[in-house]
Design a protein around this ligand. Sequence first.
Ligand SMILES: Nc1ncnc2c1ncn2[C@@H]1O[C@H](COP(=O)(O)OP(=O)(O)OP(=O)(O)O)[C@@H](O)[C@H]1O
Ligand SMILES: [Mg+2]
Length: 322
Amino acid sequence: MSVVFQDVSYAYGADQPPALSHVSLTIPDGQFLGVIGHTGSGKSTLVQHMNGLLQPTSGRVIVDGLDLADRRSRHEVRRHVGVAFQYPEYQLFAATVREDVAFGPTNLGLGAAEVDGRVRRALERVGLAYDEVAERSPFHLSGGQQRRVALAGILAMEPRTIVLDEPMAGLDPRGCEDILGLVHRLHEDGMTVVMVSHSMEDVAENADEVLVMSGGRVLMKGAPDEVFSRREELYRVGLDVPQATRFQSRLRAAGLSLPQDVHTIEALADAIVASVGTRTKERYQELAARAGGVAGDRVARAGEDAGATKDAGATTQGSDGR
Ligand SMILES: Nc1ncnc2c1ncn2[C@@H]1O[C@H](COP(=O)(O)OP(=O)(O)OP(=O)(O)O)[C@@H](O)[C@H]1O
Ligand SMILES: [Mg+2]
């Protein structure tokens, strides 16, 4: 589903400063949009406009051609746009997991068999075994499991767009990986995904486009390569680039010939192999010494892994041409 913001401004009260100021953007159908920005920049306020939970003080939000200023349009759009708030598990309420996940589809007026099928599919999708969790109290599950139950409740509505406000917040690395994997699969299945995240890595690796919010305004919107190459501007608003990009910068500064736009670990690994794969041992040691610190250790290790055992003076093939 496409989501269009037309000059949207929003204030939480007449005496409050605007939380959003003149936001205009288009999220095309099927896109994975990553939303980043410093704390208080308006990310949560923005995403709550996507299914009409908040309504603009001025401007318009249009989802699949429906203007959310209209009550019936909001009602219709809410069936298709699922929004997971920060810590969605706080909204679990039912006595059993099954009832909690069934709440949305039951309210749609679906029959018992359809609701049951949706609950089973939704739990399976988030990686929970129906037979193990369905009759348990959601409050007796681990935090990570509770998060998944909450997401299952949204998926049971079978939305076409899912909006997730920091879905990995507070989870351990494995829990983060599970949720990110789920979000990735939802996108692959054709859903439009909007994900607010404080992790530049997660955004760089998954998003088609990145939206950078600052002070309630859109600072940038573009492909990850484009956004993360504007490092100085990101710094100025308290953000950073992915670790892979910082590492690549260090290697470039140390004299390694690498492409400018490397923002994921995979791309960086490929670039390093392409650049140094055939160097001599001594050349690696020289580069490692120049890079210093962690970057230097990595260069040295990359050299060992690449089997750079030739003696000094041996010819360097397929290198970067410097
Ligand atoms: N319920 C509210 N009442 C009044 N002001 C609010 C409310 N929620 C948010 N704000 C204000 O609106 C602005 C934007 O807040 P918002 O929660 O959208 O930021 P955010 O980018 O999601 O931040 P974070 O990264 O901390 O979640 C902030 O100045 C905040 O103080
Ligand atoms: Mg927020």
